[in-house]
Design a protein around this ligand. Structure first.
Ligand SMILES: [Zn+2]
Length: 316
């Protein structure tokens, strides 16, 4: 069991669970150390005691949310070892169809279908959709299991490892997609700088991340407070620290500007309610979450955020 400097203990006891070092980190977006504590998340601060207890703070300067101290591990891939478990709520056919629609939208910003890279390509559905639409698709995936699955199932081209290890030349791609990745990374700024380098001039990046300033989070935190709990709903899921970056619209746009991108569109949206409904209390929570989702649609404060941004170069 790992114990952090604040005395919290990890609830992960599985064989592959990594050990964490707890780092006194500044804001990963603007590097300010001015932050406010929002509450705890994970471990003893989770209804099923899942994951690792972290204190979540918000940057006073750029509004970004992050665990402080940050749970660091030398082997983040150990968190994502089981394809079926990690993607338990993901249906492949639905993902392929969504990817097809997304890529057809992105064509408008890319002047057609060129060479594209999907970072964190997972099981490979987006690459598969891209290949039959006529793109020249490449994938990078940290997990060896996901990489093998994508190659064997869809016959797509995936490099296993990090983007740095793939070592693409400058100005290689017309489009880079980064869906549900940035919130998992210790260094999101470094990732966007690498993407800027490998994009062609005027190339486009598409990013999808949770919106941590959503109505769902506001009401979830209020619900915890009414129960007398010092917990927050941000940076979920809580089993292991999967999400270590909590973007708001403002912090995401600031990160893009700092790394040489100009945002073309930013959309907040709402997904399905995935809570279980076994007990009466869970039924109530499901109903409440569905209601909040509907309100979020009306007020455009959805829990997810996607942005399309163009790489700006000197003279553009
Ligand atoms: Zn900040």
């Amino acid at each position: 069991m790992s114990v952090n400097p604040m005395g919290y203990s990890s609830s992960i006891e599985t064989e592959q669970a990594p050990q964490y070092q707890w780092e006194d980190n500044p804001c990963p977006v603007c590097e300010s150390r001015e932050c406010i504590r929002l509450g705890d998340r994970g471990g003893q601060a989770h209804k099923h005691r899942k994951g690792v207890r972290c204190t979540i703070v918000q940057c006073r300067v750029c509004s970004h949310l992050y665990p402080h101290p940050m749970p660091m591990t030398d082997d983040p891939n150990a968190l994502y070892h089981d394809v079926d478990e990690y993607f338990v709520n993901h249906d492949p056919q639905t993902k392929i169809e969504k990817a097809r629609i997304l890529l057809q939208e992105l064509e408008r910003y890319c002047n057609g279908r060129g060479r594209m890279l999907d970072i964190g390509s997972g099981r490979g559905e987006l690459l598969y959709a891209a290949s039959f639409l006529g793109w020249d698709p490449y994938g990078v995936e940290a997990s060896a299991e996901f990489t093998e699955f994508a190659k064997a199932t869809y016959g797509v081209q995936v490099t296993q490892g990090t983007l740095a290890r793939a070592n693409y030349p400058d100005a290689t791609f017309d489009l880079v997609t980064l869906g549900a990745v940035l919130e998992h990374l210790y260094d999101p700024k470094g990732m966007l700088r690498q993407i800027h380098r490998i994009l062609k001039p005027d190339g486009v990046v598409w990013i999808d991340v949770p919106n941590e300033a959503s109505l769902y989070n506001t009401i979830g935190n209020l619900y915890f407070a009414l129960q007398g709990k010092d917990w927050v709903s941000q940076l979920s899921p809580t089993f292991a620290p999967y999400h270590v970056q909590g973007f708001t619209r403002r912090s995401l746009l600031q990160l893009l500007t700092q790394t040489g991108f100009s945002a073309l569109t930013l959309k907040l949206y709402t997904g399905r309610t995935l809570l279980s409904r076994k007990t009466a209390k869970e039924h109530f929570e499901y109903w409440a979450a569905s209601l909040v989702n509907q309100l979020a649609r009306w007020t455009r404060t959805g829990p997810y955020m996607e942005v399309v941004a163009r790489a700006m170069h000197a003279g553009t």
